[in-house]
Design a protein around this ligand. Structure first.
Ligand code: SAM
Length: 302
């Protein structure tokens, strides 16, 4: 198992958590939206009870393009914006050691979820101020994080800098519906309008509105899709909005509704734009998964 390296700077403070001490580094900077970070802290402290089977089931979809060569027992890995630490947990059985970082209070949720995982260290830090030397890691990932950062390209560069030459970077970024038809895009236009209104609400009202959306919008569409599948109309079901959720439970649906409608800053990218950003960050051999969630990709550092 690789040994975790010492931090390359002194933490501002050390805090206690369920899984032990956590070093805190200053997250203030040019490329961070502190309101978004604060709201994620609130979100993840409410939604942190991920069962192992759910993590495994969804993780297999997120990480379908990750091979044993990219992540194995000798891999020293970095999870940027780990949130509840669910994907750190997923990869912890495959990787050697993982540094899981997040600038928000979500780090406390992660400390609970990862309480019994001994090949992980938690650190409170932002993508811009990661307290590790450049070219430290064999593998780094940012899962659903960089589209919530003002300058996604700069944040990606900051992550890739920390990877050794020949190491890998995995990213999941919201897609710009580039692989969808015009009806889907039209529906999404309305959805995005709703997101702008809902995400501006204060905490409790926002959570209530997102739950309402989960029940009145997500669930009817998901149940209709599941019904089509039962009738053998799999092709139609898979083309419907929210088809990813046909095998998800209601907890995940509620969480994602809050994630999607409750966040002020979200950016979306086409597959081509993602490849181009990854190339600019210094990656090659880029693979974009053909499967949902759209888009997730991995590349090797030159
Ligand atoms: C949608 S959540 C994803 C969490 C986790 N990766 C997952 O997929 O479950 C986005 C996370 O990015 C973190 N985040 C936001 N701005 C960040 C920044 N500038 N640097 C690092 N993480 C950031 C938030 O605190 C939040 O936990």
């Amino acid at each position: 198992m690789p040994n975790p390296v010492p931090y390359n700077s002194r933490p501002d403070e050390i805090i206690d958590s369920a899984s032990g001490e956590i070093a805190v580094f200053n997250s203030a900077g040019q490329n961070i939206d502190s309101k978004v970070v604060e709201e994620f802290g609130e979100e993840w402290l409410k939604f942190n009870k991920f069962e192992d089977e759910v993590i495994k089931q969804i993780g297999d979809e997120y990480f379908d393009i990750i091979t044993d060569e990219m992540v194995n027992k000798s891999t020293y890995a970095l999870d940027v914006g780990c949130g509840t630490g669910r994907w750190t947990k997923y990869l912890s059985s495959k990787a050697g050691f993982i540094e899981a970082t997040d600038p928000s209070n979500a780090i406390f949720a992660a400390s609970k979820l990862l309480e019994n995982t001994n090949n992980v260290r938690l650190t409170r830090a932002s993508a811009e101020n990661l307290p590790f030397n450049d070219e430290t890691f064999d593998f780094a990932m940012a899962v659903g994080v960089l589209h919530h950062i003002p300058n996604t390209q700069v944040a990606m560069n900051d992550c890739v800098k920390k990877i050794k030459k020949g190491g890998y970077f995995y990213v999941y970024l919201y897609y710009s519906l580039d692989n969808r038809g015009s009806l889907y895009k039209l529906i999404f236009g309305g959805v995005n309008f709703l997101r702008k209104a809902v995400s501006a609400l204060p905490g409790k009202s926002k959570r209530f509105a997102c739950d309402l959306i989960a029940i009145t919008v997500y669930m009817p569409v998901i149940i209709t899709g599941r019904f089509f599948k039962v009738l053998g109309l799999k092709k139609i079901a898979n083309k419907m909005p929210l088809s990813t959720y046909h095998n998800r439970n209601f907890f995940v649906v509620r969480n994602d509704s809050l994630d999607r409608f409750g966040t002020r800053l979200e950016q979306r990218f086409s597959a081509n734009e993602i490849v181009s950003m990854m190339e600019k960050a210094g990656l090659t051999d880029i693979v974009i998964s053909k499967n949902s969630p759209y888009h997730h990709a991995v590349g090797r550092k030159i």
